[in-house]
Structure formats: structure tokens, C-alpha cells
Design a protein around this ligand. Structure first.
Ligand SMILES: *Cc1c(COP(=O)(O)O)cnc(C)c1O
Length: 378
């Protein structure tokens, strides 16, 4: 059966991207961020490909994601970095999942879980060096380090990492970058003076991995670049190829039907598009139910029959329309919404630019209804 719509995922590209990221950070290990279902690409498949490409760690937002990797039989080091109260900590420790800890109370919760699991927890102390998101503030840092070391002395916790996260690494030269690196060095120094012996110190996302060799420390945590997309604002220089990266996802859909309509035909809800002349309309059977943003109405382009065409009128839940003029388009032809760009199709970055967002959101939002089709697996 041909798929109505599909997100084709090139696992060979994922492997090669991770290998390339390793070359950008020669002194560091690579943790591939596979949260949010591998940025929409499929967490388990991407995780396996990333490990084949040389990643030694995997990164998840949630404990449940890390447990899903273990359930799939993946034994590599896995770090989960968002740990609110009430998470299945004992299960996480039994599964050998590393946890990021940015708050004092979490040390106590994890110590209790370690008692129950009968094994020490591996934790990465997380400093807020200026993002003001997760992690301990400078004022909270010393008490957090002390609490973790006390639990370590009891055999309940192993402090294996010190980490933080950058706010503006995608804006090379922004003064906040150097400031955050400095705060991170201070946080590491304080922890080490207190007796922490971290196996890995880590700060860099994709943008840092590609542009801040001075901040690679022992481990880098690329996400979007694993999937072959550039973390930088879209200039000619910041194209993925400039870093040796190749986009892994190609989103396509069949033409469901075509029809001839007269000049002046209002198209889709609200008639936000009106044909300028007699024309052929092609119905593409994906919509916001599949993660195609409704904001793409009259805004994003799609490749069909060798040409890029602007979406004509409102994106609906399950479908949108393209005006193909007099071109020979038939039901069953495939429209490519985005891909690596090899055949003239837009990229996820092009969609992001058209919609005023970032490529992360474009690929990650591709809906569960769209089957992922894998190629290049070994
Ligand atoms: C998502 C995330 C990453 C990866 O970020 P990219 O910008 O996609 O490379 C790294 N570290 C943390 C803590 C994250 O939340």
C-alpha cells in the first residue's frame, strides 16, 4: 500500500550527522538529544542510529522517555533532565537512568528512591548559569552541591555530572555566551572544591557544539543538528551543508484528487484564496491534525510536479489545497512539503522562516497520524 502521507526518515543521515558532530567536538563525548519522539523522527530508531554514529549518551526531557528507551532494549547511558515531583524515580534508578538535579528537594526524593531501588542514583547537578529555566541559581548552588555530597557519602547518590544550558548559543558573539561559560566554570570549580569528581561536565546544545569549542568540556548535547538541521538563523553560511549535516526527514503526501475550477473560485474555509483564472486545484490530505501549522495558510510552499507552490487558502484539520494552474497533476502524485532540498523541495528551515518559527517546531510537530518510514537502517 502506498502511504497517504509519510515522514521518511533517513537513518543513514542521522548516523552521519552524529559522526560529523563528533568531529566538531573531538575532545568530548556526544549525547544525542532524542526527546519529544526524537524531534518527531521516532525516538527509538533515531537513538539506535545515533549510537551507531558514535554517540555514547542519549538525552531525554522526561523519565518516561528514558524508560521507553530501556524498554526498547537500549542500554546506553541515558540522561533525563526534567524531573518534577512524583516521577517514577525508583523505576528510573532500576533502569540505570541518569537524572539531572537542579533543586535541593529532588536530592531527597532521589535519595529515598535509591534506598528503595537498592542502588545509588547517578545524578548530574544542574546549574542555572543565565537561562533562568531549569537548574539551581548561584544562590542555590552551594546548598545543592552540599546536599548531593551528603547523599553521596551515604552511598545513595553518585554525582557523575555537572551541567548547564545556554540561552543564546545560536547568536555567535552574544555577550551572554561568554558570561554563561564563565558562570559554568565557577559552578564546576565550586563543586570540585567541595569534593565533586564529575565524570562529565556539559554545557553545549547544537549551536554550542558547532561554534563554541571552548565550551565543549567532556560532553556535548546536540539535538536539532542530529536531525541535520542548522541551529543558526538561516543565512547562506548557516546552511546545514556548511557543517556537514544533512536533513533526515522528508514529509510528503499523495494528491488525493484534482479538479478544474473557474476563475474567481473561493478555496477552502473562509475563501482566503480565490483563483485568478480557470485553474486546476490539487487536494493534499494532511492538515493541522498532522502538525501542519494552520498558520501555513497562503504562506508555506510545497513541491508538486517539479515546482514549488504556495498553499492556496486555509489549512484544514486533514487537508489543504494547491493551485497548480494548467500543470498536469493527477491523483496519486506525491507532494513534498519539506525535505533535504535536493529536488527543489522546501526544507524544514524554509517552513520555519515562512511561519516565523524555528525548524525544531516544524519537524517535532509532525503528528502521530503520519507514519514514519525508515530508510538507511543497518
Ligand atoms: C533540547 C536540549 C538540548 C538539545 O538542543 P538543540 O538546540 O536541539 O541542539 C540540549 N540540552 C538540553 C538540556 C535540552 O533541553
Amino acid at each position: 500500500m502506498e502511504t497517504l502521507a509519510e515522514a521518511r526518515v533517513d537513518l543513514a543521515a542521522v548516523r552521519a550527522n552524529v559522526a560529523t558532530l563528533g568531529e566538531h567536538a573531538p575532545g568530548a563525548q556526544v549525547l544525542a538529544a532524542v526527546k519529544a519522539d526524537g524531534y518527531g523522527h521516532g525516538m527509538v530508531q533515531v537513538a539506535r542510529a545515533a549510537l551507531q554514529g558514535g554517540a555514547t549518551w542519549l538525552g531525554c526531557a522526561y523519565v518516561e522517555e528514558a524508560l521507553a528507551l530501556r524498554a526498547a532494549g537500549i542500554g546506553a547511558r541515558v540522561l533525563a533532565w526534567i524531573v518534577p515531583p512524583g516521577q517514577p524515580l525508583t523505576a528510573a534508578l532500576r533502569a540505570g537512568v541518569d537524572l539531572a538535579v537542579g533543586a535541593r528537594w529532588l536530592v531527597d526524593d532521589i535519595a529515598a528512591a535509591a534506598r528503595e531501588a537498592g542502588r545509588p542514583a547517578r545524578v548530574h547537578l544542574k546549574a542555572d548559569t543565565g537561562l533562568s529555566r531549569g537548574g539551581a541559581t548561584p544562590a542555590e548552588w552551594a546548598p545543592l552541591v552540599d546536599a548531593a555530597l551528603a547523599a553521596q557519602a551515604e552511598g545513595l547518590i553518585d554525582v557523575v555530572g555537572v551541567m548547564s544550558h545556554l540561552a543564546r548559543a545560536d547568536e555567535p558573539g552574544d555577550p551572554s555566551i561568554a558570561a554563561q561559560i564563565g558562570h559554568f566554570r565557577d559552578a564546576v570549580e565550586l563543586a570540585e572544591k567541595a569534593g565533586v569528581r564529575p565524570e562529565v561536565r556539559h554545557l553545549c546544545n547544537s549551536a554550542g557544539t558547532l561554534s563554541l569549542p571552548e565550551a565543549h568540556f567532556d560532553l556535548v548535547r546536540p539535538g536539532i543538528s542530529v536531525y541535520g538541521l542548522s541551529p543558526f538563523a538561516p543565512t547562506e553560511l548557516a546552511r546545514p551543508e556548511a557543517y556537514g549535516l544533512r536533513p533526515a526527514m522528508t514529509l510528503s503526501a499523495q494528491v488525493a484528487m484534482v479538479k478544474r475550477v473557474p476563475e474567481g473560485s473561493g478555496v477552502s474555509y473562509g475563501h482566503r484564496y480565490v483563483t485568478g483564472r480557470e485553474s486546476t486545484l490539487a487536494l493534499i490530505p494532511v492538515g493541522y491534525g498532522d502538525g501542519i501549522p494552520r498558520a501555513a495558510t497562503n504562506t508555506a510552499d510545497v513541491l508538486l510536479a517539479g515546482r514549488r507552490r504556495r498553499i492556496a487558502g486555509t489549512v484544514c484539520m486533514d487537508q489543504f489545497v494547491l493551485d497548480v494552474g494548467d500543470d498536469d497533476v493527477r491523483a496519486g502524485d506525491r507532494a513534498v512539503l519539506f525535505g533535504p532540498g535536493d529536488h527543489g523541495e522546501p526544507t524544514a528551515q524554509d517552513w520555519a522562516a515562512a511561519l516565523g518559527t524555528i525548524s525544531w517546531e516544524i519537524v517535532t510537530r509532525v503528528g502521530a497520524r503520519v507514519p514514519r518510514v525508515y530508510e538507511g537502517s543497518v
